[in-house]
Design a protein around this ligand. Structure first.
Ligand code: AKG
Length: 288
């Protein structure tokens, strides 16, 4: 007997059994009720959409580069704003400025940067919301690396033990020009936020701080290169550094940091944001 004959026979028996009484109606009602309860339960147990692959990569490696998030229309005025800070009377420098020709220039939160933060957040929200649906913005700044700037020593912005369970701090940077390896891009030791890798952890003589990076290349790292408008997201506990800029070009990034699962600013972070937002941090959804 073919399968469709079997199905037909079963349906006929089913019909004969139910057709003469109300049981069939009750049966249908019961089925619908079960379906409605099942659908409701599924909904309440699935608060977030499926985790996108880039977010799994970020969790596993501590860093992800997302290409082409911003267009030149976005990055052009942003780069002008960053560069204008050099002349601005309100220039405030973050803590990561040193003689190795690198600037951490705080960037004002204005209409432009707010719209950039909104666009950035929209593009990563589905992967980050599991940590916090409305994180605090605790940094809004820029890194500008001059031609021939030295590499930094490997470091994390925050030690993993300084991040209480259930909390996360991510930095999000936007490349303001096409960036290749010769320009000393951000370099990251993958998985160093979850696993201790001792090779790079030799202490640096402070007198040599600005050149120590040249001696610490004996570990596998990822260079966060990409075209203008690419976005890099990294976990603040991952080991990273600014690479050696051996090109004759300036490398610049706008960046901001979001704190998830707490409002308590962790030790170590430079908190590079306009002073007025330091004690009263803003939440990112207000920019949407
Ligand atoms: O220059 C860079 O690309 C990143 C530098 C950085 O993240 C840091 O100094 O903590």
């Amino acid at each position: 007997m073919h399968n469709h004959h079997l199905i037909r026979a079963n349906l006929s028996i089913f019909y004969l059994y139910f057709s003469n009484n109300m049981d069939f109606i009750y049966f249908l009602l019961l089925l619908s009720a079960i379906f409605i309860v099942y659908a409701a339960l599924r909904k309440t147990h699935e608060p977030f959409a499926a985790i996108p692959p880039w977010a799994t990569h970020l969790d596993d490696n501590g860093v992800i580069t997302l290409p082409n998030v911003f267009s030149e229309n976005d990055t052009k005025p942003l780069k002008a704003l960053v560069y204008n800070q050099v002349e601005s009377k309100s220039l405030r420098l973050g803590a990561i400025n040193n003689r190795s020709r690198r600037l951490d220039m705080i960037v004002p939160l204005n209409a432009l940067t707010k719209s950039i933060l909104a666009k950035a957040w929209r593009s990563i929200k589905d992967g980050i919301s599991k940590y916090d649906q409305n994180p605090y913005v605790i940094e809004c700044s820029s890194f500008v690396n001059m031609p021939y700037s030295d590499p930094q020593t490997w470091h994390s912005d925050v030690l993993p033990e300084d991040m209480p369970p259930g909390t996360k701090l991510f930095s999000i940077a936007i490349l303001l020009e096409d960036t290749d390896e010769s320009m000393g891009p951000l370099e990251v030791i993958p998985k160093s936020h979850i696993r201790e890798i001792h090779a790079h952890q030799r202490e640096c003589n402070p007198k040599l701080e600005h050149i120590c990076g040249y001696f610490h290349d004996d570990v596998k790292y990822t260079s966060c290169v990409g075209s203008l408008g690419s976005m890099i997201v990294w976990d603040a506990t991952v080991q990273h550094r600014s690479g050696a800029n051996r090109s004759g070009k300036v490398r610049s990034m706008f960046y901001f940091s979001i704190l998830c699962g707490t409002s308590v600013i962790p030790n170590g972070i430079t908190h590079s944001i306009e002073k007025r937002y330091r004690n009263k941090p803003l939440r990112i959804n207000q920019f949407l």
